[in-house]
Write a protein that binds this ligand. Structure first.
Ligand code: PLP
Ligand code: COI
Length: 363
C-alpha cells in the first residue's frame, strides 16, 4: 500500500526465498554475496524520458550482445546502506547526497540525470519490499546498489539513446573478512586510478576496472588494499580503490586529500569531516605526499591513518608497503581517534546518537 503512494508499481516476486533459507544466509552474509528478492527498475528513452518505475522480482537481465554498455562502459553506480534504528524503524543515511552524486556521475558520462526524489524513492521502495532481509547481526545492514546502464543496441560511439536504471540490495555484515583489525596497504607507483579531466570524481564502473590490476598487485604483496597516487607527479596520496583516506597527527589534527576532481567525493569522508570539526578537531583538506607519510609515521608525527567509505565504514590502517619498504602506523593496530570517529558515525547511522539535521532518513 505504501508503494502505491509513490510512482513505483510493485510486482511482488512469485518465489521469494523461504524464511529458513533466508535466515541461514543472514547469519554471516559478508559483503555483496547475499541478495534480496526484489529490485527497482526505471527506464529512460529520448521520447518518453523516465518511465516504467517498478519494484519487481530480482532476475537475470537479457540483453542483446550489441548493447552499448557492454562495449563502451557507459555505466554509473552508487552505494548506500539502509540501517535498522534503535527504535526498530529502518532508515537511509544521506541518500540525498548519493542522489546528487549519481546526477554528477551521469553528467560526466553523458547520461540523463535521474531526479533526486526518484532515486531516493527507488531505494526506499526496495527496502520496504525487502525489509525481512535486514541482518540481525552486529554491524549488519542492507547495502543498496543503484546503477544505470546504456541500453541502446548500437555499436556507434555516442551517448546511448536509452538507459536502464536499477537498484539491487544485498544483506551485508562487515566488508573485511575475519575479526575487526587494522588493514595493510600497498602504494601503487606504476598505475594511477584517474587523471585531471578524466572520470575520477564520477562513480563509473570503468574507474574500478582500471583499478583492479593494481589492487591485485597489492594482494600479491600480501596487502589488503591499494593506495593510488596522483597521475602527474606520482607523489600525492589520492585514495584507495574503493575508499577515501585520512591522516591523524600527534598534535590532534586531521588531514585528507582535497577534492580536485581525481578522487571520489565520499559521503563518509564528508560526514567525518563534519563530525570531527563538531568535536572541535582541525581537519585540513590538503595534499599529502607518500614520502612524507612514511617520514611522519617513522618520526611519530603521524599517529593514525584510516580508510573510509560506505562499505568499509571507518577502517584503521596498520601498515603501508611502498616498494620494498614497509612502515607501521602508530602501534600497528586501530588508532584511538579512528575508533572514536567510527563509533560516532555508527551511533548516528543506527539512531543511538543525534547527528546533523537530515542525515538519518527514516523509511
Ligand atoms: N572512493 C571510492 C573510489 C569509492 O568507491 C568509494 C565508495 O563508494 C569511496 C571513495 C567512499 O565513498 P562513500 O563514503 O560515499 O561510500
Ligand atoms: C562503497 O563503499 O559503496 C563502494 O562502492 C566501494 C566498493 C569497494 C564496494
Amino acid at each position: 500500500a505504501d508503494l502505491a503512494a509513490a510512482a513505483f508499481e510493485f510486482e511482488p516476486s512469485p518465489a521469494p526465498l523461504d524464511v529458513a533459507a533466508r535466515g541461514e544466509r543472514l547469519l554471516d552474509p559478508g559483503f555483496g554475496r547475499v541478495f534480496t528478492d526484489h529490485m527497482a527498475s526505471i527506464r529512460w528513452s529520448e521520447d518518453k524520458g523516465w518511465h516504467k518505475a517498478r519494484i519487481v522480482a530480482r532476475a537475470p537481465l537479457t540483453m542483446d550482445p550489441s548493447t552499448a554498455v557492454l562495449h563502451y562502459a557507459q555505466e554509473i553506480f552508487e552505494g548506500l546502506k539502509a540501517y535498522r534504528l534503535a527504535d526498530d524503524r529502518f532508515a537511509l543515511f544521506r541518500a540525498d547526497a548519493n542522489a546528487r552524486r549519481f546526477q554528477n556521475s551521469a553528467r560526466r558520462l553523458a547520461m540523463p540525470e535521474l531526479p533526486e526524489d526518484l532515486f531516493v524513492e527507488s531505494c526506499r521502495a526496495l527496502v520496504r519490499a525487502d525489509r525481512d532481509w535486514m541482518p540481525e547481526i552486529e554491524g549488519g545492514s542492507i547495502y543498496l546498489r543503484p546503477f544505470m546502464i546504456a541500453s541502446e543496441v548500437f555499436l556507434g560511439v555516442k551517448p546511448s539513446a536509452e538507459y536502464h536504471y536499477m537498484v539491487i540490495a544485498s544483506a551485508v555484515g562487515a566488508y573485511w573478512k575475519g575479526p575487526p583489525r587494522a588493514v595493510s596497504l600497498w602504494i601503487s607507483r606504476e598505475h594511477s586510478r584517474a587523471a585531471a579531466g578524466g572520470t575520477g570524481a564520477a562513480k563509473c564502473g570503468g574507474n574500478y576496472a582500471a583499478s583492479l590490476l593494481a589492487q591485485a598487485e597489492a594482494i600479491k604483496r600480501g596487502c589488503d588494499q591499494v593506495v593510488f597516487l596522483d597521475a602527474v607527479e606520482r607523489r600525492w596520496v589520492e585514495e584507495l580503490g574503493g575508499m577515501n583516506i585520512f591522516f591523524v597527527f600527534a598534535d590532534g589534527t586531521l588531514r585528507t586529500p582535497p577534492l580536485t576532481g581525481t578522487i571520489l567525493p565520499g559521503i563518509t569522508r564528508d560526514s567525518l569531516i563534519t563530525l570531527a570539526r563538531d568535536m572541535g578537531l582541525t581537519v585540513t583538506e590538503a595534499p599529502y605526499a607518500a614520502d612524507q607519510w612514511r617520514a611522519d609515521a617513522e618520526s611519530g608525527k603521524l599517529v593514525e591513518s584510516f580508510a573510509c567509505g560506505t562499505a568499509a565504514v571507518v577502517t584503521p590502517i596498520g601498515q603501508v608497503t611502498d616498494g620494498d619498504a614497509t612502515f607501521t602506523i602508530g602501534g600497528g593496530g586501530p588508532g584511538q581517534l579512528t575508533m572514536s570517529l567510527r563509533s560516532a558515525l555508527e551511533a548516528i547511522q543506527r539512531g543511538t546518537a543525534k547527528g546533523p539535521e537530515g542525515w538519518v532518513q527514516p523509511i
